[in-house]
Structure formats: structure tokens, C-alpha cells
Design a protein around this ligand. Structure first.
Ligand code: EPU
Length: 432
């Protein structure tokens, strides 16, 4: 499937942010911790939740989705072997904890690297092993067991990985005794998952300095939870409001407290925003100016924001610098942007101040963007979800027609994007 976009049209109006993709899929896995029903409200209908639904059903859940409400109930674990899914995402490894707690064994697929980096899972596995899991693998599957059950432990992560933090939390809420996670990731999505788990009966506390405390309980129960709005959608739509003078986009449900770092970056490049009761309106009066940005774990500037933000920097006067410190290979999409007319050079040196794991290793993880440059529509293929969204924004900014191929990848994370963009004035068609 493709999107055909005629760019350069003014974008004005209100666009609503849906529930967070990266919280929803983990909450679906959290529901496997209990035999009672969990109800998730503000549930996004996206490719990634469909894939995770299949995963949960394979394990034994009944999943019913009615509009934006999902009900998940797993009275029994039908299969601890996650072996026959028709589509893949990175979620199955998070099912290890719930499966080990409920049936003492689990098999989940090994996921390779992807277009943004190698994406190893060593921190996940180290953490689970410290809780008492025995894990082996071949080139296709991880085989895990916990013959004596999982037991709490003090675990220090070598990097505050989002997935590893979630995996250890999901495994330890039903483990015997106390777990302490030092150097944990503290993204708002993780906080929201913790809220759901607390409603389900878990005992979880937050310490200062990236510490999470969990007291294992014997049983979890059903709960109802409203999923937090998707920060990545909010930022993507905000960038549309900032793309041209005259645009004005109200991002309904955008939450200021979860976007503080982004809002500061917007102000530094000369963008404007108004915080309202139920969202944030983005616009600009004058031209944008160049800036420097470094991605980091929360509360830093999120790695998933650099792609839409880079499109704004192509329209800013001067030379901007982006230092990507979370993934080693997240500038692949610059190639297509260059073909559209952007002036972007990518470097393996660290062009920033944050300590970076990629220093001296030759990964192309810094970019210099010189602007402003007019963009021209082209035909391009989506590489990964966030790069695809950057290409969408570039196509909406560009003069002329763009064709974006492989949009299933965009549908994985954005519900009904074309319809929502048309409602704020975008000229976009979905074609088979
Ligand atoms: N890492 C390791 N070992 C591990 C785990 C991670 O070296 O065991 C490295 C990764 O290779 C990466 C870095 O640590 O370089 C960060 O990875 P992290 O585990 O924090 O990310 P994730 O859980 O794999 C989630 C989101 C990503 C988002 C990142 C960072 C989901 C499904 N994915 O990934 O979202 O970029 O956190 O915030 O929640 C997206 O939505 O398109 C997306 C890629």
C-alpha cells in the first residue's frame, strides 16, 4: 500500500492523539499476569496492537476490542510456546515473565537487529536470570524455565533500557520477595504500566535516581485502565503545526508534563505553542532557526522525536546538529531526504556533550543539517516506523507529489493516519 501526498498545503485544525503504542502493547502482556479480565481504554487500533493481540490469543487470552476499549482475559495459559505467529514485533520477549510466573516455562522467538541498530536483549536476559530464570537459546528461540519460581533480586542495569526495565517489572511483580532495579528506565509509558500493575494488585514503588522497588505478591487481579496518550504521535503532529508559517495544529490530548524537553526544543528553534486544557496548539509566526539536539533516555529528548524534528531543522535558518545517543543507526532516512533536497551530512563522531556508548565505534549517529532548503516530492519507501513518519512530514512540507511506499510500517504505530491528516487539510490518498 502507498500514500500519495501533494505537499505544501496549509495544515490547520485539531488532531487527536490516540493511546500510546509503546504502553498499550506492554499492558496487553501485563494482562497475562492474571486469570481475571483487564480492560484497557483509549486503546489504539494499530498494527502493533493487532500483532500483540495475536500473541496474547496464542498464549490463551480472549481479546475483544470494541471501539477504543479492549478486554483481555487469560483464565488459563494454553501455550507457553510462542512459535507460530503470522507477524512479528519486538513484544514476545516481554511475555517471558508472565509465562514463567504462571506456568514455570516459556519459549519466545529470538528477534534480530533491525534498521535502526542491532537491538540486543542482553540486559533483559541478565535481569531475568538474576530473578532465577534459566534461559538458553538457539538461533530461533529463547527457552526459559523457572523450576523453583522467580525470586526477587537487586539488579543494576548497565543502561536504562525501556524494554529490559519493563521485562524485569513484569517478571518480578509475582516473584517471591523484593526486587530493586537500579538505573531503570523511567519513561512516562513505564510509569503508566506501573499504574496498571498497581491497580492489578502489585506493590511497586519509585525511588529517586532511577530506582524501582517491587515487593512480589502472590496473585494479581483484573483492573480497568485508561492508557496515556501517545507522546510520539503528539510530537509528529506538533511538527506539522510548526512546518509552515500559517499552519496551526491543536494536538488534542498532548500532555505538557510528558513533553517538557520537546517543548523547550520547539521554543529554541523559534516555534510557538499554547498549552490548553485538553491539548497543545503548535504554530509559528516567524522563520525557524537552527539548533542542537541530543537524544537521550527520559527525561531527555526522545530518540523517536529526532526524525520529525529533523524535518523542521531542514526548514530552519543556519546549521543544526543532532547527536543520537540511544540507537547507533537511526539516520538511514537522511538519504531519501537528501533526494528531496535536504542538506544533511551524517558523521560517526559524537557531535554533542552527552556521554555516548557509540563514541569511537564508527556508527553513523550524528547529523549536521543546513537550512533552509526547499523540499521536492519524490517516491520513497518506508524504512521503519519513525523514519516513515519523518518522510510523511517531509512530503507534506515538499512542493509537488510524493509517493510513500510500504506504509504498513506506518500503520503499525499510527491509527488511520491519512483520515486524521485529511481533516486538518492534508492532501493525502491511500492507494493499494
Ligand atoms: N539495549 C541493549 N541491550 C538490551 C536492551 C537494549 O543494548 O538488552 C540497547 C538497544 O540496542 C538500544 C538502547 O539500548 O540501543 C535502547 O533500547 P531500549 O531497550 O530502551 O528500547 P526498546 O525497549 O527496544 C522502546 C520503544 C522504542 C523506543 C525506545 C527508546 C517499544 C516497543 N519500543 O524500545 O520505540 O525508541 O524504547 O525510548 O516500546 C518505536 O516506537 O518506533 C520505537 C522504536
Amino acid at each position: 500500500m502507498r500514500f500519495i501526498i501533494n505537499g505544501g498545503k496549509p495544515l490547520r485544525g485539531t488532531i487527536e492523539v490516540k493511546g500510546s503504542k509503546n504502553a498499550t502493547t506492554k499492558m496487553m502482556i501485563a494482562s497475562l499476569l492474571t486469570d481475571e479480565e483487564c480492560v484497557l481504554e483509549n486503546f489504539p487500533s494499530i498494527g502493533d496492537t493487532e500483532i500483540t493481540k495475536e500473541l496474547c490469543e496464542h498464549i490463551g487470552a480472549t481479546v475483544t476490542i470494541d471501539g477504543s476499549t479492549a478486554r483481555l482475559c487469560t483464565p488459563n495459559i494454553k501455550s507457553h510456546r510462542v512459535t507460530q505467529l503470522t507477524r512479528r514485533n519486538r513484544i514476545p520477549i516481554l511475555a517471558l515473565g508472565p509465562l514463567l510466573n504462571r506456568v514455570g516455562k516459556a519459549e519466545v522467538p529470538v528477534l534480530g537487529g533491525d534498521k535502526i541498530g542491532a537491538r540486543p536483549v542482553d540486559i533483559h536476559l541478565d535481569g531475568l536470570k538474576q530473578l532465577g530464570a534459566e534461559i538458553t537459546h538457539d538461533d530461533k528461540f529463547f527457552y526459559a524455565s523457572a523450576p523453583n519460581g522467580l525470586t526477587g533480586a537487586t539488579i543494576t542495569l548497565r543502561y536504562p533500557s525501556v524494554g529490559a526495565t519493563e521485562n524485569i517489572i513484569l517478571a518480578s511483580v509475582l516473584a517471591k520477595g523484593r526486587t530493586v532495579i537500579h538505573n531503570a528506565a523511567v519513561e512516562p509509558e513505564i510509569m503508566d504500566i506501573i499504574l496498571l500493575l498497581q491497580k492489578m494488585g502489585a506493590i511497586i514503588g519509585l525511588g529517586s535516581d532511577r530506582t524501582i522497588y517491587i515487593e512480589g505478591v502472590k496473585k494479581m487481579h483484573g483492573a480497568r485502565h485508561r492508557i496515556l496518550p501517545d507522546r510520539n504521535e503528539a510530537v509528529s503532529f506538533a511538527c506539522l503545526g510548526l512546518a509552515f508559517p500559517g499552519n496551526e495544529v491543536t494536538v488534542k490530548n498532548a500532555v505538557q508534563k510528558d513533553l517538557i524537553t520537546f517543548l523547550n526544543a520547539v521554543r529554541k528553534i523559534g516555534g510557538e505553542y499554547r498549552i490548553e486544557d485538553d491539548g497543545i496548539t503548535f504554530f509559528r509566526k516567524d522563520g525557524l532557526v537552527a539548533s542542537e539536539v541530543e537524544t537521550d533516555t527520559h527525561p531527555g529528548f526522545m530518540t523517536d522525536w529526532q526524525q520529525p524534528f529533523l524535518i523542521l531543522l531542514t526548514q530552519a535558518v543556519g546549521t543544526s546538529v543532532i547527536h543520537e545517543t540511544v540507537y547507533e543507526d537511526r539516520f538511514g532516512y537522511a538519504e531519501e531526504l537528501r533526494a528531496m533536497g535536504a542538506n544533511i551530512a551524517v558523521f560517526s563522531k559524537c557531535l554533542g556533550e552527552l556521554p555516548c556508548r557509540y563514541n569511537g565505534q564508527g556508527h553513523p549517529h550524528s547529523a549536521i543539517v543546513s537550512g533552509p532548503t526547499p523540499l521536492t516530492g519524490i517516491t520513497l519507501k518506508v524504512r521503519d516506523l519513525r523514519a516513515g513518519m519523518a518522510h510523511m512530514i517531509a512530503a507534506l512540507v515538499a512542493e509537488g507529489e510524493s509517493t510513500i511506499e510500504g506504509i504498513e510500517e506506518i500503520d503499525r504505530g499510527y491509527e488511520d493516519l491519512d483520515t486524521r491528516l485529511r481533516a486538518i487539510g492534508a492532501d493525502i490518498r491511500r492507494v493499494d
